[in-house]
Design a protein around this ligand. Structure first.
Ligand SMILES: Cc1ncc(COP(=O)(O)O)c(C=O)c1O
Length: 485
């Protein structure tokens, strides 16, 4: 299980060894078949796609089914009662109940609200949560910026924001400390606790058990499920967070531009939208400045929903159900475990480590998102821009940077608060200036993330890409400027 240059014989040997180590992988052959048929464009174009946390991939059949639906029917704007409008409304409502069903959410308990993406869902909650002075917004260090940004809504309304730190090297929360944060509430105030079910940086899966613990202390709980749900079952019959945000393109690639907020009706009733718009009201007047909100999900769906793309949600969820989310989960666990071990075993000829992984190094309570850096023989970090360059030469798609998760990055790279406070990101500075100013060892990590179409040959190709960093002492000076994350 070591990383070596891909030669056909070695590749076959490596695959046999992998299969011996992971006999359960044989139960996921349905995905090999899918790769050969529905994802054949990957092999035709020679791409190794390892950025599923950035965006999932769609199956050809999803497109065919969707285009057939659009070509054979006539759909109009759903905000009406004419026949084409009614046809759109029917599909929209079908998609809504399919989403609830997929997440095993009772329609008596949850609403499914369509949004442009996970960010749109998080923003809906952030801007409408009735924060006031004395209220609390609690969140983990490990969060996407679309959750971090909610602190600005909280601050503008006088609520206090508190971060729960993770601890390196595992980048998990010290759970013995969590009660201290969860008990820090006052009387009748509103309290919102937000965390990701899976980190988009380290792959850490934060416990869903926290939901009940937080509820017991009077918190509303918002789960950012964007990185979790593509390869894990989120069962809202078992867990009852108040709000869940997700993007469908991360789950099944197509369509982009649609996400959802799953909200417990009781928590939704607390939200106070700061405005109204077309689609969100039953009536509004001009001479009398009064409006009546539309009931349920409609009150949160601004303007015209993406009605031609929404039917494709049902098709994507059908694909996941046909294949089985549990099968996808088992597959990425086996492949991800191999990748993690292989990165751990990557060494220079002097025996020094050629990579370092951020977050859990074993396959316990984690998902298939792996953040790491390659190391030079002297232990310094290989500039991630050079990694990007070599990855492009190998036609490997991965991510570099901080992945919009600055908290996890600060902990992974041991950047203290003092360092950040001392180094303002001044006007006119570019990212490279800032990286230099605060003395960062690189512009960020490298992230490989796996998904439903990943197969062993992808990892074998990754292995030959990774072998390029063995015994690498220097990188060329002509690297491009960094771009902001
Ligand atoms: C954990 C997590 N939350 C939120 C987001 C934001 O998703 P979107 O850009 O689709 O709104 C992402 C995107 O990568 C993510 O990984």
């Amino acid at each position: 299980m070591s990383i070596a240059r891909a030669e056909p014989q070695k590749s076959a040997e490596a695959e046999r060894a992998f299969l011996r180590e992971h006999p359960e992988f044989a139960d996921t052959v349905v995905l090999d078949e899918l790769r050969r048929t529905d994802f054949k464009r990957l092999d035709r174009t020679g791409h190794v796609y390892l950025d599923y946390t950035g965006g999932g991939l769609y199956a050809d059949s999803q497109l065919v089914e969707h285009m057939t639906l659009l070509r054979e029917n006539v759909y109009g704007n759903p905000h009406s009662i004419n026949p084409t409008s009614a046809a759109s409304t029917e599909l929209l409502e079908r998609a809504r109940s399919r989403v609830l069903g997929f997440f095993r959410a009772s329609p008596d308990e949850y609403e499914a609200i369509f949004t442009p993406n996970a960010t749109g869902a998080l923003r809906l909650v952030g801007e409408a949560y009735p924060f006031q002075t004395g209220d609390r917004f609690l969140l983990t260090f490990d969060n996407h910026n679309s959750v971090n940004g909610i602190r600005e809504f909280a601050r503008a309304r006088g609520a206090e924001t508190t971060y729960v730190p993770s601890v390196a090297p595992e980048l998990r929360v010290d759970e013995s400390l969590l009660p201290r944060y969860l008990t820090d509430t006052i009387g009748d105030h509103h309290n919102l606790f937000a965390y990701p079910a899976q980190s988009n940086f380290s792959g850490v899966q934060h416990p869903l058990e926290w939901i009940d613990q937080a509820h017991a202390h009077g918190w509303n709980v918002m789960i950012d499920a964007a990185a979790y749900v593509p390869t894990n079952r989120l069962d809202l019959g078992r867990w009852h967070p108040d709000f869940v945000a997700a993007s469908f393109y991360k789950m099944f690639g197509w369509p982009t531009g649609v996400g959802c907020l799953l909200a417990r009706r009781e928590a939704l009733a607390k939200l106070e939208r700061p405005w109204f718009s077309g689609g969100t009201i039953v009536a509004a007047f001009v001479q009398r400045e009064y409006y009546q909100s539309a009931p349920g999900a409609a009150h949160f769906e601004d303007g015209t929903v993406d009605y031609l793309n929404l039917p494709a949600i049902e098709m994507g969820l059908d694909l996941l159900d046909r294949v089985g989310l549990e099968t996808i989960h088992a597959r990425v666990a086996a492949l991800g475990g191999w990748l993690l071990d292989a990165l751990g075993a990557l060494t220079h000829s002097d025996g020094s480590p050629a990579s370092t992984v951020y977050g859990p190094r074993s396959w316990q309570r984690r998902g298939a998102t792996i953040a790491f850096n390659f190391l030079h023989p002297d232990g310094s970090i290989v500039d991630e821009r050079y990694v990007d360059r070599i990855a492009s030469q190998h036609n490997v798609s991965l991510r570099t940077g901080c992945f919009c998760n600055p908290g996890a990055g600060e902990l992974a790279f041991t950047i203290s608060r003092e360092t950040l406070v001392g180094g303002e990101f001044g006007d006119g500075m570019v990212l490279d200036d800032y990286v230099r100013a605060i003395g960062l060892p690189s512009g960020g990590a490298v992230r490989a993330s796996l998904g439903l179409a990943t197969n062993f040959p992808d990892l074998d190709r990754f292995a030959s890409f990774a072998a390029e960093f063995v015994d690498l002492h220097n990188v060329p000076a002509d690297l491009p400027p960094r771009i902001a994350c």
